[in-house]
Design a protein around this ligand. Sequence first.
Ligand code: NOJ
Length: 743
Amino acid sequence: MKCTKIVWLSLCVVLACSRQAGTSVGSCPEVEARVDKLLSQMTLAEKIGQMNQVSAGGDVAHYAEALRKGQIGSILNEVDPDKINEFQRLAVEESRLGIPLLVGRDVIHGFHTIFPIPLGLAATFDPALAEQGARVAAVEATAQGVRWTFSPMLDIARDPRWGRIAEGSGEDPFLDARMAEAMVRGYQGSVLDSTSMAACIKHFVGYGAAEGGRDYNSTYITERELRNVYLPPFEAAVKAGALTLMTSFNDNDGVPSTGNRFILRDILRDEWGFDGMVVTDWNSMGEMISHGFGTDRKDVAEKAANAGVDMDMMTFGFLSHLEELVKGGAVKEKTIDDAVRNILRVKCLLGLFEHPYTDAGAAKAVQYAPDHLAAAQKSAEESAILLKNSGVLPLRDGARILVTGPLADAPHDQLGTWVFDGEKEHSVTPLKALEARFPDRIDYVQGLQYSRQKRERFDDVTAAARRADVVLAFLGEEAILSGEAHSLADLNLKGSQSELLAALKAVGKPVVAVVMAGRPLTIERDLANCDALLYAFHPGTMGGPALAALLSGDVNPSGKAPVTFLRTAGQAPLYYNHHMTGRPYNGETLLDDIGLEAGQTSLGNTSYYLDYGAYPLFPFGFGLSYTSFAYSDLALDKETYGVEDTIRVRFTLSNTGAREGTEVVQLYVRDLVGSVTRPVKELKAFRRETLQAGESRTIELSLPVSELAFYGLDMVKKVEPGDFQLWVAGDSASGEPLSFKVK
Ligand code: NOJ
């Protein structure tokens, strides 16, 4: 980290530091000196106290004694500013050394003003917007005294059965890394000040690869796959200055992350130079006992400390056993000192020593501020993906509209998973927004009260559909069906939602489905029963106005799939950047082509499912617009590049439709032959381009050849010379490749 400004105020130092790429411990000497001075005054017990985090849950009295004794370094789950101030007062004014608390909270996609779930935000392919959303969250949360968020979640997720796919940026390391950097910048701000909320990049590492998509499950990620796929977003976030990191629940190849020295010390500290703080996930230290990785709390405390954990979230293993472990020599005091330094450094950088308290009276003023709501609405507009449109959207002026479905007026559910502080009273639902946008044109029949409800007949809804010119069916998942520990084996619309849609289609009026969900659901059968489908994920507080703007055509959809949409859950995991098998699918025999009593035959001997083939419903990067785009004149500046060169690709993007629209231009590369097999395509650049109707624009994208580096057979990251292909297109399955060489 690098000091940019140092202001002396009486006895206090106000340190405003910005963290820059490649910075390391000690590069802000004033901070280090202060941390060292404090450390030299601390007893072993006080040091260990800093390494202990507890869930406050409003109970100041319960923790008062521990705070006075310096046994708590951080609290989570307290957002009442008066109580936070009281907790801080006990730590600052009644403990021997007066070290302030770090107050943490899961501020995942907004604090009060709720933004689209992170998977929806990723669909914007708009890091600047993600940064703005994180900034809004930081301004609202820090006003109440929360200075640390357990976000962003950077887990690559390639299995939509995993409920936590909602919390991350999807399946692609490049997109994930760009969103990660943006969110870190947004939470922390470019210069650390009183609105800075420390980011916590999580879950380190591999948690999204849970076997079978069952949460908390084991992972078996090889070191090469870790380095090429799962680690890059974390490395990017570290370089962007993330102040803290959380270990994951899973064991990878038998080693739980909370006891994994290789990832926490060798990679994080030694290779990347991370000088922030490492916290465990909730009781993940204790869970190493259930994993069978330690005998008891003392054993796992030793393993976690030696592996490189600085702070224990809710196991109390450090508090109960570290002193004894240090005295017995199993954990060195230097290990404790390093951990405490990491903790104090974060507190110091956040300015907590100077400003431990929050202005409780002023906190309310910033919540749901108009510009916060506007940013949330813009994010929801950009995050919706138009998956089908046979001309019914945008809605025709003057049409009579039937609004139906369990998500049409569900202020709680549109907020999505991981919402603790956003209030549904502030949600503007699609129904309310459509009524405002189309006064006197809306008829509403709920059809189903909630997404899991079962119903035999829909006579009331179909009767209303007959009276309407167009039907808008708001379907999807309740908020509680995705997120932590909310994995699903069946990804079809729940309850009787598909039957509702089919009944509406049978009426014969145009039907538009809007799906609000925490994951890419398997909607193939529903696509057949609608004329247009807009996939909105859970869009947050301002989901209603955003959807009304999109459906009416006030805003043109521009979201792109941040994850592959499957035809059936049995295809999982299926992702665009897979490796090529020795027997790639080439469209052979499907189930219905097989005769009775067919003799044993190879049926083509390729990699696919007899019943579902090899392809997804929608590929990564896919999304339609109310206009259309064409790519032409694609050309590279050279045929052969050196490893130091930058590839420049030029092309013409044309808006071939009748209205303004935004296209997310995507650049993919394939390394044809490597020392190890390489993905069939990898996203290497993207950019949002807005074009007027009929406009053509020449665009140049550049890609440093160094970006083609990967960990090959010798596990050294480098560019391997050879032949490559490059595509520029509107999704991962389109476009014709150009060829180039690297020498
Ligand atoms: C468990 C979750 O895995 C983690 O993401 C979260 O930040 C902590 N609990 C704290 O609530």
